[in-house]
Design a protein around this ligand. Structure first.
Ligand code: SAM
Length: 303
């Protein structure tokens, strides 16, 4: 029986228990706002292409703005909440992500869905500490200006404040209009791709902007491979994280969405195949599972 099927009874139970706080609340709010009406129990999406937003189906055209709203809400508390939700483990994963990248001096990184700059900061620290290099540079792009603003503030009090090693741009990962083709050495996306409407388009854009020989790297939540850990993880995700969101950030809905979106993301194997389908070459199976598969690092080369 697949992991997903094993998880279903528990996730359904949790989703039901949390119904009042589910992402459906956000979806309905948006529909009502757009339609100027307050009631309709049938699905208004029948004649439109739909996608998932957490456990709910929404029109593809609406997902981007719903995701935008989530991250605009969480931006101010994002770093604190990341530590609280992951018990600090996200730091270990991000450190491992950069170690596995092992960037050389002068590397030009594009960090997509860069948020508050965790990957960009670690990348520049690595180049500085390991190579004494100040020629590496990172462009952070994100669809959400609120998240980038938090990142900019952080870099202002860093060793990179008055250098030309950082730049910030509002861009959609699905069409990086301001980024030239074959212009970057490494492309990273950490905990961002599962929020995108068309994951395949994101990977194709990564392929376009990378130089020949360049590397695509993704850090994302993935599928837990141990049944016992999977049960504990489900309880923690659905019963604890939304409550932490409420207590720390006064925002249960956004954190409910975040845990639901994790369950909707493909398995390690499926995602590795999507990366190969976009034209990347992978080494071995193309990924490394972290903490029983709670997260995974995927990597592909543009050969
Ligand atoms: C969970 S945060 C991750 C931030 C950072 N990479 C980190 O690891 O801490 C996800 C980020 O993805 C961004 N995002 C969501 N959809 C996006 C899209 N289509 N294009 C670019 N960024 C997107 C959000 O605005 C948010 O900043």
């Amino acid at each position: 029986m697949s992991l997903l099927r094993r998880c279903q009874p528990l996730t359904r139970q949790c989703a039901k228990r949390n119904a009042a706080f589910s992402t459906w609340g956000a979806v309905r709010q948006q529909q009502q706002h757009q339609q100027g009406s307050s009631s309709s129990s049938s699905s208004p999406f029948d004649d439109q292409k739909t996608t998932h937003f957490g456990f709910r189906n929404v029109p593809e055209t609406e997902k981007e703005s719903l995701v935008h709203k989530v991250f605009a809400n969480v931006a101010g508390n994002y770093d604190v909440m990341n530590d609280a939700m992951s018990l600090g483990i996200h730091r270990i994963w991000k450190d491992q992500f950069i170690r596995s990248m092992a960037p050389g001096p002068g590397t030009k990184l594009l960090d997509v869905a860069g948020g508050t700059g965790d990957i960009a900061m670690r990348f520049l620290d690595y180049c500085r500490n390991i190579h004494h290099d100040s020629t590496a540079s990172v462009t952070m792009v994100d669809i959400n200006a609120h998240m980038l603003e938090e990142g900019k503030k952080r870099f202002q009090s860093s060793p990179y404040a008055k250098t030309n090693q950082t730049s910030f741009m509002v861009q959609n990962a699905e069409h990086l209009d301001a980024i030239e083709s074959e212009s970057v050495d490494v492309y990273t996306i950490a905990f961002g791709i599962r929020n995108c409407t068309h994951v395949d388009r994101v990977i194709q854009e990564a392929y376009r902007v990378l130089k020949p020989g360049g590397r695509f790297m993704c850090l994302e939540f993935s599928k837990v491979d141990n049944p016992l850990i999977s049960k504990v993880y489900d309880v923690y995700s659905f019963d604890v994280i939304p409550v932490l969101g409420q207590v720390i950030a006064q925002d249960r809905d956004s954190y409910q969405y975040l845990v639901e979106s994790i369950r909707k993301f493909p398995s390690q194997e499926t995602f590795a195949q999507m990366i190969r389908d976009a034209g990347f070459s992978t080494v071995g199976k193309g990924y490394e599972s972290l903490t029983f598969g709670v997260a995974a690092i995927h990597s592909g080369f543009k050969i």
